[in-house]
Every structure is written in structure tokens, then in C-alpha cells.
Design a protein around this ligand. Sequence first.
Ligand SMILES: [Zn+2]
Ligand SMILES: [Zn+2]
Length: 455
Amino acid sequence: MQRRDFLKTSMALAAAAAMRGVTAQEKPSPRWYKGNIHCHSQWSDGKDLPEVTVNEYKKKGYQFFCLSDHNILQTDRLRFNGFAMDFTPKDLTPFEGKTSFWKRVAPSWGWPNLLEEDIKRAQDFFGADSVDIIDTAEGRYVRMKTFDELNAQFGEPGKFLMMPGFEMTAHFVHTNCVNVREDYFVEIDDDGQTDALLKKSADTAKQTYADYDQPWLFTVNHPQWQYYNIQPSSLISRPDLIQMELLNNGTGGPLCPDAWTPESFFDVVNAWRASHDQHLLMGTGTDDSHGCFRTDYLPFKAWQHVRCSELTPGAIFAAMNRGDSYCSNGIELEDLAFDGRTLQLRAVEGEGKYRIDFIGTKKDYDPTPKAYDVAASQGLRARQIESYSPQIGKVLATVEGREASYTLQADDLYVRARVYRLGENNDPVVRPESGLLDFAAWTQSYAPGQPLETF
Ligand SMILES: [Zn+2]
Ligand SMILES: [Zn+2]
């Protein structure tokens, strides 16, 4: 899809959303909203009961949220099985007339178990009667609250927007469908080939929601997980896919920086797209949390800010698609503007010193990938992945401080910016396990002549 067609669709969605909400005269000015659209609960392999998960995000000031459990929507259909798990009892009598997903309590921790301590946490928060429990001869069963029940408990117009969704988990290709109420299934055949699975996931979503009456969003998740399974060429060959995770809890898998990092993945794809008049790839920031209280897996470590006039799925998705958003794991922006030539940003004042890099690729870059050998790891065999020219995603300018601007040169294909905190010796603050920036914000990429519209 060409960029102008996509913009038309985005603007139509935003206009429709605006008409559903408020009239033009009453429309408030755009503001930043913070959200997370990728997160798990006991509906699949997350540690917390769903109400505990949603409660924690709301308490922490998130304003839009999608509980995107693996291959399941939180509907009231009675079931006992889900993503790679089956708790179906032999005797169904105790569940006559019951609804939703019932999970059996396990004696000890292990993927993707529900424990007594998880029930107790929910009861501590919401009362002893808040959790629906049935003790049977085959074990203790716990009912998961549905999306509608969670939304009734936590959703607040203009303050906390909950969107139903799920993570389509097809072998190593994971994609999110947000604000949908119907799921689908992708057969894993073709030896689990990435491009085939990505095509099936994206095409099935488009077919399933072709006549959907609600705005919905499709994202490609964690590029380098599990071990470099999705390559930049996968997104170059699908210019219709607009959203991909730039931040997935900061890392989302082991890194081979000599091949590409999540950041340089975007540069490879966007250098190609900018030189072919295609819509640039936009980055999402999520923590993909599998438990709000786990110490072995840090939640709340990545999120996204989106600027729009109202807290509705249509307004949020339209802003994300036109690039009025940024990813963060610590720094907030108070200003972000691009007039078609100059990108400028200003971070909210915080502790310590900040630095801003402007990053881009020049028109004469070499787009040809080279083969890069990766050793066997994460249960995957040794193989070759793509490695790209260091001309792609170069730092064009660096400014010390929390405010800076960069004007595109005639030979620039696009520009993006990152702002990050400096620690001792003026070195960037990084996550020790990955070396990736730990207290930063990343803008989208912007191409010349295509100003960022804010509304
Ligand atoms: Zn995933
Ligand atoms: Zn996930």
C-alpha cells in the first residue's frame, strides 16, 4: 500500500472516531496517552489472574491497554484448554451452566501454571469472594474473568481504555491483533518457515476483519526473538505491515549486533521503504509482561506514548499509523514535531544529563544483505541470517541536552531520534544483559516532504 492511501485510511478512521465521540467545536486539543498493547495473564502463560494484571497497569498510570494472551480472546465460551494447555475434566457436571475459561490449580511453579499464591493475591486485592473457584474430584478449578467483566471493573471513558485482543502465536512468528472480538487460527506447516507464517498471520487477520465495524490494529512482535527468526527482508517484502515492536521489554531475545539490533532492523526496512515511496515502518513499545510481580522477568520496562485528541481505539491507531507516537523505557517527551524537513523534540526535564542522537540513512546506501553466521542457541540450529551495510542507520548528529532539532539534508532518506540518559563518565545508561539503552525514548522515522500531522 502506498503511503498516501494509508494516510487516507488513517484519516478516515480518525474522522470516524471523532464523529462517534465529540463534535469538532468541542474536540479537545491533542495530548499524550501512555499505553501497553502486549501483555499476558493466566488466560495463557502469564502469572497473574487477569484482574490483577489490569489493576497494576491502571494503578501505574497507563491509559490504554490490551491484555493480549496467546491464541485466545477473553470471551465467555466455556472451555478448559488454551495455548499449549488442556485441563479438561473427565466429569463436566460441576461446570453445567458455567461460562469462560477454567484453569486447574497446579501444585508448583512451571510454565504455564496457576498456583494458590496467584489466587491469594487476587483475593487480597479484591476480596475472598472475588475469585470463582470450584473444587472437584479432579482438582481445584478457577474461572478467568472475561474481557467484558474486566472492562466493567476497570474501564473508564477518557481515563483508562481497555481493548480486547490476542497474540497470534504461530511457532516463532508472533503478531498482535488489537481491538478485535473474533480470533482465528494459523496452521503451522511449511516447517514453520517465518515468511510463510507471517504471510498467513497477516493475510488471515485482513480476511477475518475485512468487514469489521471497529478500527483494529495488527502488529508484528519482538523481531529478534526467539533467535533472529524474523529478518528485515520479511518486512521489506510486506510493505502493507506498518506496526512492529521496537521495544519488547527492552530486549526480547539474545542479540547479534553485528547482524542487526531491533533499532537497526527499523533502519534497514525504512531505508528501503523511504527509497520506494512506501509507508515507513512504525515502532511500538511494549513490555510483553508475563507477571506483574515476577522477579525473574521485569514488567513495566517498555511502553508507548501516543498523541491524539481522544482516548478511543480509532484515534490511537490513526496516530500510531501517521507516526504521532514514540516508544519509551524511561524518558517522556513534552514536544515532538516534524514539518516535512526538520525534526525537533524536547524531553521532559528529569534527573541526570541527556543526549539526543539523530539517525538516518543516505540515498546512496547499499541495500544488499550479506550472510551472517549465527551459532546454535535457544534450541535452534546454527544458520545464516541477514547482515546489512553500516551505512544504514548512521548517527547523523548528536546533541547534549534534552532539546534538539535536525534538518534533513538533500541526500537523507529519513530521520529518527533517540534521547537517553547519561550515567557515570557520560556513558549511556544501558541494560547489563543486553547493552541496550535502559532509560530512553525513541521517535518514529520521518521522510522528507511528509509532515507529521497532529490532531
Ligand atoms: Zn510473543
Ligand atoms: Zn507476548
